[in-house]
Design a protein around this ligand. Structure first.
Ligand SMILES: O=C(O)C1CCN(c2ccc(-c3cc(CO)ccc3Cl)cn2)CC1
Length: 326
């Protein structure tokens, strides 16, 4: 379909928390965090929440695009940490940017949310009515982090990134191949934001939902990612009838630098094709791919016509790859 990512943008809260800052809060240190994860610092909200991050990205996208909110046909926000369930983050953005004709919704596929959102966006554009859509990945994981648990508190960060996608008769096919996969039987390997079922009718029984704080079986998630991400990329390439060498850049979820190195090795591709920014942001879940995409775009490291593989993987457990023509 004749679509184009016409703008990219990202926003992170101003407060930076370094590994040394964390070493004063819990039994950890910079050397351990850096060597095991690649993370040096992360951005954490102070007086902002998810809606604020998303609105900043949306405003930048329409400003860069030279359009107004009233021009937008739909807004999708991929997040597992919205400010509230209702109204959705997407509805809050619609209000903030005056997207009066848009339909809007949030989508939760955890760390794969932006990738799943790209697939949904492509489907929406089959309707000839829709010409301009916004997709934003955003997380405030700091509010679901147990800041006394050194096994998880050092891993995550807050942030948002997004794209403005528009129909363009002069563009070529943007979506070349896709592979989406979920393994719900492994869902308990990453949990977050559990709720209780308190009501006058539950005779005190409480649902056995997970707790509020992020939990992760790192070994299991690590194994899931190393085993399945390369295969997902290869399935998406087969659908696109492309080879690995025809991919200019692999823009992968920034969960752990060793994971990205392992995926590059399994694919037999040079690490130079796997840009990473986890050092600066930590793992921002659904925001990590669009933040990296915007940084690469802003730095001129992605050119019009480049073939890019986007992959997200994590909570659910979920996994997804989109092969796009930028
Ligand atoms: O080396 C160590 O001891 C630890 C071992 C455990 N680690 C992990 C494990 C898993 C993840 C991870 C998380 C998500 C969720 O976005 C998705 C994908 C992955 Cl691979 C990140 N770090 C950190 C260093």
């Amino acid at each position: 379909m004749l679509l184009k990512i016409t703008q990219t943008a990202h926003y992170v809260p101003s407060k930076v928390v370094t590994n040394d800052d964390l070493s004063k809060m819990m039994d950890t240190n910079d050397e351990w965090i850096r060597t095991r994860t690649g993370i040096r610092q992360r951005h954490v909200v102070t007086d902002e929440d998810t809606t604020d991050l998303v609105v900043n990205v949306a405003n930048e996208l329409i400003q860069k695009g030279g359009i107004s909110g009233a021009d937008i046909d739909f807004i999708i926000v991929a997040t597992a940490s919205a400010s509230e369930a209702v109204p959705t983050a997407a509805a809050e953005v619609q209000k903030a940017i005056g997207a009066s004709k848009a339909f809007v919704f949030d989508l939760n596929a955890a760390c794969s949310g932006f990738i799943y959102g790209m697939s949904v966006l492509r489907g929406l554009f089959t309707n000839p009515t829709y010409k301009k859509g916004i997709l934003i990945g955003a997380e405030v994981l700091s509010k679901y982090t147990d800041w006394s648990d050194r096994t998880t508190a050092v891993l995550f960060g807050d942030g948002a990134g997004g794209v403005l996608v528009e129909k363009d008769a002069a563009a070529g096919n943007m979506f070349l191949g896709e592979d989406l996969l979920s393994m719900g039987d492994l869902g308990d390997k990453i949990t977050m934001a559990g709720t209780t079922n308190e009501s006058p009718f539950n005779d005190g029984a409480t649902a056995d939902n997970p707790g509020k704080w992020v939990t992760m079986d790192g070994r299991a998630v690590y194994a899931f990612a190393t085993r399945n991400v390369p295969k997902s990329i290869e399935r998406a390439l087969a659908q696109a009838d492309l080879t690995l060498d025809q991919i200019d850049l692999f823009v992968l979820h920034q969960a752990n630098y060793r994971i990205v190195e392992s995926i590059a090795k399994r694919l037999g591709q040079p690490i130079e094709k796997f840009p990473m920014n986890i050092a600066n942001y930590g793992n921002t879940s659904a925001a990590s791919v669009p933040i990296l995409l915007d940084e690469l775009n802003a730095a001129g490291k992605i050119k019009r016509g480049d073939t890019i593989a986007l992959s997200g993987f994590g909570g659910g457990l979920t996994l997804g790859t989109e092969i796009i023509k930028f």
